[in-house]
Design a protein. Structure first.
Lengths: 168, 116
């Protein structure tokens, strides 16, 4: 025979389970509603804008690369100064506030090229200088670009190590 | 011709970056790291070099090319000087750009303030 207390719990249990289920159902319905009502990004238009703008930046990069390759450098030797020139260009446009306007329009077309990488460095340097030249500008200049370097080195050195071992 | 290929290939990589932003909840920072890692792995396994020879700036300028450049320096230097070269070479092709980024960003911060 279950005690009086236990019997009370047993009869009470279905109610709490039901309440919990009800709450879960409501939450799911709400999540569904949020998903339905959130406007879908115009995928195709975004893609095309990023394609055209990013492509234009790369064509500009081709112009710079062509200058260095025209001076007798092969593509490997010319890639370092080309990256440097594109980075400088990104910083100059960021300093005058032009790159941010471009990025607002272009999305990933401005973020993915190396000029966008330069933009994050220069913009962070400008943004954080009010926190001080050492702990603000100096420390936080790479707040967005830092992870790119960290994981670039991690994966790049790792993959190179594997290839180096295989080719031994 | 080089311009057209650079435009098409480079633009396509940027388009993929945009699709990642639109279809996932990844932030731009995550997306850049993802593309860099893909480029660095491809570079380290020697797959990026033929792509670079074909697409030129279309492969170099997107951030995948930055990752591949890290890996390429690392691999080339390792094959030249042994295993220590893995680390010596990591900045062989990217160090110049990084020094430019640090130097001129500091100059920019000295003379310019954010607009907003």
């Amino acid at each position: 025979m279950p005690s009086e207390k236990a019997r009370k719990q047993i009869t009470k249990m279905p109610e709490t389970i039901q309440a919990a289920q009800e709450q879960k159902r409501r939450q799911e319905a709400y999540q569904q509603l949020v998903a339905e009502r959130t406007p879908k990004p115009p995928y195709l238009r975004h893609f095309l804008v990023a394609f055209m703008t990013g492509g234009a930046v790369c064509a500009l990069g081709q112009f710079v690369l062509g200058i260095f390759m025209g001076r007798g450098l092969d593509i490997n030797a010319a890639s370092a100064p080309t990256l440097a020139v594109m980075i400088l260009l990104g910083i100059v446009l960021t300093a005058f506030g032009i790159y941010d306007e471009f990025a607002e329009f272009a999305g990933a077309g401005a973020a993915v090229p190396i000029t966008g990488f330069a933009n994050t460095v220069a913009a962070s340097a400008m943004d954080f200088k009010h926190e001080g030249w050492v702990l603000g500008m100096g420390a936080k200049m790479f707040i967005i670009a830092g992870p790119v370097i960290v994981y670039g080195i991690l994966s790049g050195v790792f993959a190179s190590f594997i290839t180096y071992i295989i080719r031994l | 011709m080089d311009y057209i290929i650079a435009f098409l290939i480079g633009g396509f990589i940027c388009g993929i970056g945009q699709l990642i932003l639109d279809f996932t909840t990844l932030t731009p920072g995550h997306m850049l790291v993802l593309l860099t890692v893909i480029g660095a792995l491809a570079g380290g396994f020697g797959l990026y070099q033929p792509f670079l020879s074909f697409a030129k700036a279309g492969a170099l300028v997107p951030v995948t090319g930055f990752g591949a450049s890290i890996a390429k320096g690392s691999l080339l230097e390792a094959e030249r000087t042994g295993i220590i070269g893995l680390f010596t070479g990591a900045f062989e092709f990217t160090g110049q750009g990084l020094a430019v980024a640090v130097f001129f960003s500091a100059i920019a911060a000295l003379f310019f303030s954010p607009r907003s």
